[in-house]
Write a protein that binds this ligand. Structure first.
Ligand code: NIG
Ligand code: FE
Length: 407
């Protein structure tokens, strides 16, 4: 039995009972914590915690956390970290005034990454993704949802999903796979949407299900990408194979994506930069987690999603990095949390709830991760010495994490 005792913790953050699956509305300002605490980990699980005076005397390893906070690791519920190469030439195009959609129309964007991926081996993709996971972990991330969507062909999508399956085996982090064949129409199907829909629904989905390669199904429901009707058909097909929907919606326009996601009982609808009161109303009557990706709005210069209006209307919110080569080439969750506070006016407690328990829910792992709960997986991190909780988002751009413990 391997045990780790962390003692003299200045503040143990995010203590919840197992029944609490999400936090919403006003409750998002509550982040139950214990000052001057200990945390005992046994066999990779949270065994007990409490006041420091009551800490057990022995453990296989003892960590002194004087002056430091302990957090449940971030759950990054929306990423695209399997990709080949990088797209800094588009970065320069953007500086010179081109927009995301203009770049996409010229064969840049997602199609650019698809061309690069077609020439990459599974091994190359795996090595690059493992490097990204390592960097994310160093910033406190303990669980990651990873999408396909740069294959855009039968072989390419399966290649990506097989790489994600290997990542699940090789990485200590908790990983979920999302099939995003409906990321963009490949050039050869530009005038033949039905042909590509047929490939996704009738050829890829059965094979993916047979190999158990995906946990979720996604579509980029937005202007110039997949229509609400096409998204609806893809989600329904995925649902038949037991894949819960988790989709891209309303990044560029009122796409109908939020409505179609809720209609299909999506676990989450993500992006939501373009969201009005009608969409907030739809979300209020659902168990779908609105997931915001502020580093994408930051990187593309978009308006930020209306987080304040959502929370003030009683909704929960999750936060994720959207780590991808085109619209958010970073998986730095502390920075995402800073942006949520600075640009979307979320309080530090709200942003931390959004990046832990709510984002655990948004990837279906809230029973195992996302809070300090006896019996949950011990994915936790110890900060550097910090003065208060708010110091974390305040000190944007620096890494507050000193040590990460995964199980
Ligand atoms: O989540 N919005 C669609 N997909 C990604 C961007 C992908 C890319 O540009 O490569 C996103 O932002
Ligand atoms: Fe995305």
């Amino acid at each position: 039995m391997a045990s780790i005792l962390i003692r003299n913790i200045k503040s143990l953050v995010g203590i919840r009972s197992l029944e609490v699956q999400t936090v919403k509305g006003k409750d998002m300002t509550q982040l139950p914590s214990l000052e001057n605490a200990y945390l005992l980990i046994e066999d990779g699980l949270i065994k007990s915690y409490g006041e420091n005076d009551l800490a057990p005397a022995h453990a296989d390893e003892i960590i002194d956390a004087t002056g430091r906070f302990v957090f449940p690791c971030w759950c990054d519920s929306h990423t695209h970290i399997v990709y080949a190469g990088s797209r800094e030439s588009e970065f320069v195009d953007k500086i010179n005034g081109l927009g995301y959609e203009e770049i996409a129309k010229r064969g840049g964007g997602i199609l650019n990454s698809a061309a690069k991926l077609a020439n990459a081996s599974e091994e190359e993709l795996l090595d690059a993704a493992l490097g990204r996971l390592e960097e994310m972990e160093s910033h406190g991330t303990g669980a990651v949802e990873i999408k396909s969507g740069y294959g855009l062909s039968y072989e390419g999508e399966l290649k990506m999903l097989r790489v994600i399956r290997t990542l699940k085996e090789k990485s200590k982090l908790t990983i979920k796979a999302n099939f995003l064949g409906a990321h963009a129409f490949p050039a050869e199907f530009k005038q033949n949407h039905e042909g590509y829909m047929d490939l996704l629904i009738n050829k890829l989905l059965p094979q993916i299900a047979a190999e158990g390669l995906a946990d979720f199904i996604d579509a980029f429901c937005d202007r110039g990408f997949f229509s609400a009707d096409e998204t609806d058909r893809i989600l329904q097909a995925g649902t038949k194979y037991g894949l819960r929907a988790k989709i891209h919606a309303n990044e560029l326009d009122y796409s109908g994506g939020i409505e179609v996601g809720v209609k299909n009982n999506a676990l989450s609808v993500d992006h939501l930069e373009v969201t009005g009161d009608a969409q907030i109303e739809v979300l209020k009557h659902s168990s779908t987690m609105p997931t915001l990706l502020p580093s994408t709005a930051f990187y593309l210069g978009l308006d930020y999603a209306p987080a304040r209006r959502m929370i003030d209307s009683g909704l929960p919110i999750a936060l994720a990095s959207d780590f991808n080569p085109g619209s958010s080439p970073s998986g730095n969750m502390p920075f995402v949390i800073s942006l949520a506070c600075i640009q979307m006016k979320m309080l530090p407690e709200e942003a931390i709830n959004a990046a832990t328990l709510n984002s655990a829910y948004a990837m279906g792992v809230q029973q195992q991760l996302g809070s300090i709960t006896i019996g949950k997986k011990a994915n936790v991190f110890v900060t550097k010495p910090i003065s208060s909780l708010a110091f974390l988002p305040y000190s944007f751009g620096s890494n507050p994490v000193e040590r990460v413990i995964i199980s």
